[in-house]
Write a protein that binds this ligand. Structure first.
Ligand code: ZN
Length: 99
């Protein structure tokens, strides 16, 4: 490929989420790139990731609490407890409200 050719980017067709590929109806479109849509689940995940990045430049008890909760979330996901038949659903519900 010459340096003048643009790389081929595979774009999801229609209203598929650009993150996970599932149908993104309803979805969130990027402001400057309305052709890019992500599903609500991925949009929430992106919001949590953005908040974690913002917290890297902050300090204080609230940040420490959020980081501790993020660490707990990481343990839950690593162990797969969020998919456990008995406790998975409450954990996923709780995860929506925690950082
Ligand atoms: Zn998605």
């Amino acid at each position: 490929m010459s340096t003048l050719e643009k790389p081929v980017v595979e774009r999801p067709a229609g209203d598929e989420c650009w993150c996970c590929g599932t149908p993104a109806r309803p979805g969130v479109h990027l402001g400057n790139h309305p052709e890019v849509v992500v599903c609500l689940r991925c949009a929430r995940w992106l919001g949590k990731q953005a908040a974690a990045v913002e917290d890297r430049a902050r300090s204080g008890p609230a940040v420490a609490t959020r980081n501790a909760l993020r660490a707990v979330r990481g343990q839950v996901v690593r162990h797969g407890w969020h998919q456990h038949p008995a406790v998975g659903r409450p954990l996923r519900w709780l995860g929506r409200w925690l950082p």
